[in-house]
Each structure stands twice: as structure tokens, then as C-alpha cells.
Design a protein around this ligand. Sequence first.
Ligand code: PHE
Length: 346
Amino acid sequence: MSGASADLVAALAALRAEAEALIGAATERDVLQRLRTDYLGRKAGRVTAILRDLTSLDIEARKAVGQAANEAKAAIEALLETADAALAARAHASSADLTMPARQAFRGALHPVTLVVDEICDIFRDLGFTRVTGPEAETEQYNFTKLNFPPGHPALDLHDTMYLGPGTLLRTHTSPVQVRTLEAYPPPIRVTIPGLCYRRDAWDASHAPVFSQIEGLVVDEGVSFVDLKAAIGYFARRFFAPGVKVRFRPSFFPFTEPSAEVDVECQICHGAGCPVCKGTGWSEIMGAGMVDPAVFEACGVDAERFTGYAFGMGPGRIAMQRYGLSDIRMLYDADVRLHAQFVEAR
Ligand code: PHE
């Protein structure tokens, strides 16, 4: 290589190093544009100028310098591209307007009764209960007969029961699933049975013709009323408050003996009396009792060997207590403003 061509190759290396430093330091896209013209511009570019000088060299030297110049050009070009892309990306990112209001996103919410049903079943799951379900369209056999309702019982009346056809109806309670469970599984049994029930009740502040129930059924050797009271007490303390007052009032159901109705201290007025508890200071949350041996017999369970208890709760009433609602119809209005309040509550 001649002295002249060696000088040119060295000059190219110096130009390339200089360009690299300037490109690296550039913080504006305009600066990069100017550097491009300075180094690679077709008329006055400094690399271009060196290529122009080649005419005075011999063929070997021309080749060597030409190659070095092309490499320098390509390298500077590549650096300019990368730097420009980086600055463009940064400019784009910082052009986001952080004060722009977010687009409204609609967030779904579970119905308050669904929340209560899940919470109740979760508490009983800790006591070993399994959650099961059964059909809403039932037969008179399962809804009444096998549950020891005598023929002609007033509940069978058209005024209370929605009949689908002769002998078929919409279940008036979840108790027929007690029968289905007893027929399907041998004891020991511990189940919760949530579901919808239907009665020809007129709408008012505390009645609806479609409502939720949660049935509970426990069957084993040696199960007593003490076990029933203990389970209900445990549930009430966990669901309402550790010190909540619970009372059992004697009652009657054809499928339990003895039977009771269970009240908790009204969670809205704390016993003082208010429209929701109709001034009594108590709120009725379930019916309960010891499974009548006649039910075991109707389901083929040995009534000499096994005893059991059952309960039927009203999650609608319980949701009213939990969320301080004064009218059960609020649970049926499908007003998302009501539901949305309980998203955070859980
Ligand atoms: N099935 C009864 C009702 O709907 C409630 C209940 C269930 C009572 C289980 C006792 C035992 O009123």
C-alpha cells in the first residue's frame, strides 16, 4: 500500500471514530440528520470527499481505500439508524398524555345473595360439608310425600305451590334434595344444598315468589340436637360476629322432630327493633331440626342405627342482614349500582 493510500485509510478510521462519538452523544433527531449530511452527504460529506480523491491513486490503492471507505460508510449509516430509532421511540413514549382520563371499563360484580351463599357454604365446608345440588323441577313425591307431609297438607295447595302438571311442580324448598341425597349415598352424610325455590307468595318487603335456600343435612350414628346447635352457633359466630346472639324457638316441620326456628339478633338495629325485624330485634334465618325417622324409612336408611339433623336457611334474608337492606325486592331489581357496592366489600 502506498503512503498516500495508507494516509487515507487512517483518515477514514479517524472520521469513523469521530462520527461514532458524535452520534453517541446526540440527543436530538435533527443532530443525527446533520451528522448524516456532514459525513455521508453526496456533495460535501467528509467520507464522500475521500472517495472522490481516489481518482489520483493506482488501482491497488483505490481498492484498499475504496473498501475502507465503504466499510466506514456502512458503519456510520448503521449507527445513525440505531440512534435515530432509539430517539424516535423515546419521543413517542414521552408524548403519551398521562392526564388523559382512562377509558371507562365496566367491572362485573356478583349478586349479594351469591356472595352470601358462597360464604355460608365455605364456612360449612370447614366443618366437613360437601356442596351438592338438585333439580328445581320436582315431583310431589320428593317435594312432599317422602318428606312425611301427610296427604292434603296445606302446602300442597295450589295457593302455595306452583304446579307444572299433575304430580310435578317447582320445588317449594330445597328439602327434596335431602331425599335425593339419602337415596344416593350411604351415611355418614354432611352436605350443603344451595338452590332456588318457588312459592306462590305475593311480593312484599320480606317475601318473593322465587328465593334462595341452603339446605343442610348431617346423618351419622349418634348425631344429636347438641351437634345441630353447635354447628349453627359456629356458623353464626363466623358469619355475623363472634358475640352474636342466637336463639332457637320450638317449631314444626313434617320432616323434622323436634323442630326449631333459629333467629339471630337483628344486625341492622342490634336488638333495638326496626322495620326490617318488624320491631322484634331478631331476624329469622332458618328452620332446623332432627331428621324425622319417617324420612329415613321413606329413603331406605336404617332409622334404628342412624340419626341426623337438617336445616334450611334463607340466604336472601341473611344478605339483607349482612348488607343492611330494608326490602327484599332490592335483591331482584337487577340494579348494578347495588351489586357494584359489594365488589370491594368482600
Ligand atoms: N324446608 C323448610 C322450609 O322451607 C326449612 C327446613 C329445612 C326446616 C330443613 C327444617 C329442616 O321452610
